[in-house]
Design a protein around this ligand. Structure first.
Ligand code: ATP
Ligand code: MG
Length: 572
């Protein structure tokens, strides 16, 4: 079933934001001949995270909305930090989010020849020079925000000398760091990016694509704008830190006399209780704080995918948070809200008991098994029903029994009657304790055979409904419960002198080794998602095998209790 798009209705699909407004305005004035062409330009030096998802959704989303195109381009100018593993993960992640670049997968490294020619062009025009200052010296010459820089002693080399030296840099005659090619702009510019920025550096390193063809590499700033130009990008959407680089990109493009895209900056996404910096995400992996880039606690796309988040939920979240011109922090719970909202509609229900307590129904025939009918998804009648085996001995959650129930506790306790979901009304008649520890290890109950299906036989009410799993049919599983990765709202804030890693939550992972799950879950393939009734949403982990099943908790149910009561009422 498809919902009408904005364009069908002649109206924008979502509440507008300034980037969309700019594109609309450019379409109205025919600035780019009616074209909309965006790109998502990651550097393959790490895995993508939820912040990147915002950029992906915006670039691909706007292109789609306006009937345009969006490229996927790797800005791979730094051979020492980039790897094919990252390229592959990024491709997988963008695809998983639901976007398609068709045949437009590009690499900035494919433009190295063209960029080299452009560098030569700038040298010939007297706009670039080879500089012999070391990195430290260059920093010193650069000046500060309040002091102008000083001109390099090599700034006035002749065009011929520059051409010859640049050619020799390319030929590999000089060691790393000994020389650079710099743009000749303005050492007293108030914008530090304009103080004769480096265009090329010498790096004798193998590149993940161009191999050993090059030992000089263009700087990101000499690559990014021209790559957009080559691809005919209309709107170069990037994050706010590039606002100060825009005059430089403009300068290169004007000096070269090539096609000029329009750059638009927006605020990056920040989330509370986590970090969204590639450097920090890499540290977490390298120092072993998490199991890998796709650890379900990480805000990486691969992490949240493994955790059970859906692409739909992430796209809805990105649409909802909109696009701003100033940085802020979004609550992680908002993301969880969209995950729940989507999973509620789409995931099948099942019963699982995480911390089992054995229950025996004394008046239920020994050896009898009934197949009781259970609803797969109350939100989606087309999901149908399934049969759940019920027998004399089953498990409930330890939490669902209290020997001395406090006020407001309506679940099982001695003498109390409750409903077993889809099964029967049962009353607790006895408690067995471990003589050594005094811990309750088994309950005895009686059931009312007239209450089959969990329906009241005579209008008498019970105040609670609990879930269960038949002991003889239960399948064992390991369940991994996740909590926030950091204990403080903004671990990035180190102004109190505490390092960001000091805020890692030591209890962010709790392992439940021997949960009991409904038999219908036994063969669920990795990646499938369920709601365990009353417990939350869970997904089968990629570690799961037929011998050892492993589930991740995706997100907790918020108002579990009210919901079950409501759906029971709906049934009666
Ligand atoms: P690096 O520090 O390595 O450059 P980066 O996070 O900027 O890290 P890129 O690979 O350069 O990573 O990012 C690709 C695109 O995603 C860029 O256009 C960047 O502006 C955008 N992006 C990165 N982080 C965020 C974020 N938190 N919110 C929104 N967009 C982001
Ligand atoms: Mg970047």
């Amino acid at each position: 079933m498809s919902t009408p798009t904005n364009r069908d209705a002649g109206e924008p699909a979502a509440p507008s934001h300034f980037v969309r407004d700019i594109i609309r305005e450019d379409l109205a004035t025919n600035r780019f001949d009616g074209r909309v062409h965006t790109r998502f330009p990651p550097e393959p030096n790490g895995y993508l995270h939820i912040g990147h998802a915002k950029s992906i959704c915006m670039n691909f989303g706007l292109a789609k909305e306006f009937g345009g195109k969006c490229n996927l381009r790797f800005d791979d100018t730094n051979p020492s930090k980039e790897e094919t593993e990252y390229v592959e993960s990024i491709i997988e992640d963008v695809r998983w989010l639901g976007f398609d670049w068709e045949d437009r997968l590009f690499y900035a490294s494919d433009y190295f020849d063209q960029l080299y020619e452009w560098a030569v062009q700038l040298i010939k025009a007297g706009n670039a020079y080879v500089c012999d200052l070391s990195a430290d010296e260059m920093r010193e010459y650069r000046g500060t925000l309040t002091e102008p820089g000083r001109e390099s002693p090599y700034r006035n080399r002749s065009v011929e000398e520059n051409l010859e030296l640049f050619e020799r840099m390319r030929a590999g005659e000089f060691p790393d760091g000994s020389r650079t090619l710099r743009a000749k702009i303005d050492m007293s510019s108030p914008n530090l990016n304009m103080r004769d920025p480096v265009m090329y550096r010498i790096v004798h390193a193998e590149h993940h694509r161009s191999g050993n063809k090059w030992c000089i590499y263009p700087m990101y700033d000499f690559t990014h704008g021209q790559s957009d130009s080559i691809e005919g990008i209309t709107h170069s959407i990037c994050t706010l830190e590039f606002e100060d680089h825009r005059p430089l990109y403009d300068w290169y493009i004007e000096q070269l006399g090539i096609y000029h895209p329009r750059q638009i900056e927006f605020a990056r996404l920040n989330l509370d209780y986590t970090v969204l910096s590639k450097r920090k995400l890499l540290t977490l992996v390298q120092k072993g704080y998490v199991s890998g880039w796709d650890d379900p606690r990480k805000p990486t796309i691969s992490g949240i995918r493994r955790r059970g988040y859906t692409p739909e939920a992430i796209r809805n979240f990105c649409e909802r948070i909109g696009v701003a011109k100033f940085n802020g922090i979004i609550e992680y719970s908002l993301l969880e809200h969209f995950v729940r909202e989507d999973l509620n509609k789409t995931s099948l229900r099942a019963m699982a008991v995480l911390r089992p307590l054995k229950v025996v129904i004394d008046n239920y025939p020994e050896g009898q098994v009934e197949e009781l009918e259970a609803i797969n998804n109350p939100e989606d009648p087309s999901a149908g029903t399934r049969k759940v085996p019920f027998s004399r001995v089953f498990y409930i959650e330890q939490d669902d029994f209290r020997e001395d129930p406090p006020k407001q506790y309506y679940r099982l306790s001695p003498g109390r009657e409750v409903r077993l979901r889809y099964a029967y009304f049962v009353t607790c008649t006895g408690v067995v304790k471990d003589p050594a520890t005094g811990q309750v290890v088994e309950l005895h109950c009686t059931y009312d055979p007239a209450s089959k299906g969990g329906n009241s036989p005579d209008g008498r009410k019970v105040k609670s409904t609990i879930h269960w799993v038949s002991a003889a049919h239960a399948v064992e599983a390991e369940v991994r419960l996740y909590d926030k990765l950091f204990t403080c709202e903004n671990p990035n804030d180190e102004s109190d002198g505490q390092e960001w890693t000091s805020h890692l939550n030591p209890n962010s992972l709790e392992l439940i080794p021997d949960a009991k799950i409904e038999p219908c879950l036994a063969a669920a393939p990795p990646g499938s998602r369920y709601q365990f009734e009353r417990l939350g949403y869970f997904t089968v982990d990629r570690d799961s095998t037929p011998e050892k099943r492993v589930f991740n908790r995706t997100v907790q149910l918020r108002d579990t209790w009210a919901k079950i009561e409501k759906s029971q009422k709906g049934k009666r």
